[in-house]
Write a protein that binds this ligand. Structure first.
Ligand code: DX5
Ligand code: ZN
Length: 235
C-alpha cells in the first residue's frame, strides 16, 4: 500500500566537481533526478563556504529540473530577499538561524516560490507547530549540516515519524487542511532510504552516493527500488 505520494530523489551537488558543474548537473538530470539540491554555506552557520546567490541563480537558469536551495547561513533574515531573487523553486531556511521565520517564509511565498524549513538533528519538531500553515516542505537533517559523506543518524527516523504524525494531528482539528512534504538530507543510501520511507518521508537529497559512483543513474534507480520495497509511496 502507498499513500499516493511519489518518491522524489534529488541530487545534492555539494560533493560534485565544481570545475565541471554544468556537466555534473546534466549528469543528475540524465540520471532521472527529480530536483537539484543546492547547499549554500557561509562559513559561519557551518564551518565551510560553498557558493552564494550568483551561483544559485546561474544554476537555476541552467537547470531543466526544479532547484531547491538549502540555506545554511547565519544571517538568513538579512539575506532572504537576495536568495528569493535567484528564482529557486524552493528555498529552505533553518529555524536555528532565522530570527523572524514566519516573516521570511511569508516573503518567499509572496514571491510565488515554495517555502522550506530545515531542522538540525537536535531541534525538535515542535519548533514548527505554530507556523505549519506556511510550510510547503519540512527538511529533517539526518546529519549535522556542513559536510557531505556523513553517516545517517539513526534516531532521526523517530523525528520523521513525529513530524508526520504532528501534521496528521494538526489536520484533525484544523478547519482548513495543510500538507507539507517531509524531506531528508544526509547519509542517504539503499539501507537508510528504506528506514526513512517507512518512517513517513518521500523526498531525499542524495550527494556522495551519487557523485562517487561510476554509474550514477543506477544509484538513483536502485534507491527508487529500495524505497518502493519499503512500501508506502509510489515511484
Ligand atoms: C549537508 C548537506 C547535504 C549533503 C548530503 O550539510 O546539507 O545536502 O550534501 O550529502 P550526502 O548524501 O553526502 O550526505
Ligand atoms: Zn542540504
Amino acid at each position: 500500500m502507498h499513500n499516493g505520494k511519489k518518491i522524489n530523489l534529488g541530487v545534492s551537488i555539494l560533493n560534485a566537481d565544481y570545475l565541471n558543474l554544468g556537466e555534473e548537473i546534466k549528469k543528475a538530470e540524465d540520471a532521472g533526478a527529480d530536483f537539484i539540491h543546492l547547499d549554500v554555506m557561509d562559513g559561519n552557520f557551518v564551518p565551510e563556504i560553498t557558493f552564494g546567490q550568483m551561483m544559485v541563480k546561474n544554476i537555476k537558469e541552467h537547470s531543466s529540473i526544479p532547484v531547491q536551495t538549502h540555506l545554511m547561513i547565519q544571517n538568513t533574515d538579512s539575506q532572504i530577499e537576495s536568495f528569493i531573487e535567484t528564482g529557486s523553486d524552493l528555498i529552505i531556511i533553518h529555524v536555528e538561524s532565522c530570527k523572524h521565520i514566519y516573516g521570511c517564509l511569508k516573503k518567499i511565498k509572496d514571491n510565488n516560490l515554495k517555502t522550506g524549513v530545515a531542522l538540525n538533528p537536535a531541534t525538535p519538531v515542535s519548533s514548527i507547530f505554530n507556523i505549519i500553515e506556511i510550510i510547503d516542505y519540512l527538511l529533517i537533517m539526518t546529519v549535522e549540516p556542513g559536510y557531505g559523506g556523513q553517516e545517517f543518524i539513526g534516531n532521526m527516523v523517530y523525528k520523521i515519524q513525529k513530524a508526520a504524525s504532528a501534521l496528521e494531528k494538526y489536520n484533525e482539528n484544523a478547519s482548513r487542511k495543510f500538507f507539507f512534504d517531509i524531506g531528508v538530507d544526509g547519509g542517504i543510501n539503499e539501507e537508510t532510504i528504506k528506514k526513512a520511507v517507512m518512517a513517513g518521508t518521500n523526498s531525499f537529497a542524495v550527494g556522495t552516493a551519487f557523485y562517487r559512483s561510476q554509474d550514477p543513474a543506477k544509484v538513483l534507480h536502485d534507491l527508487r527500488q529500495a524505497s518502493l520495497k519499503a512500501g508506502q509511496f509510489t515511484i
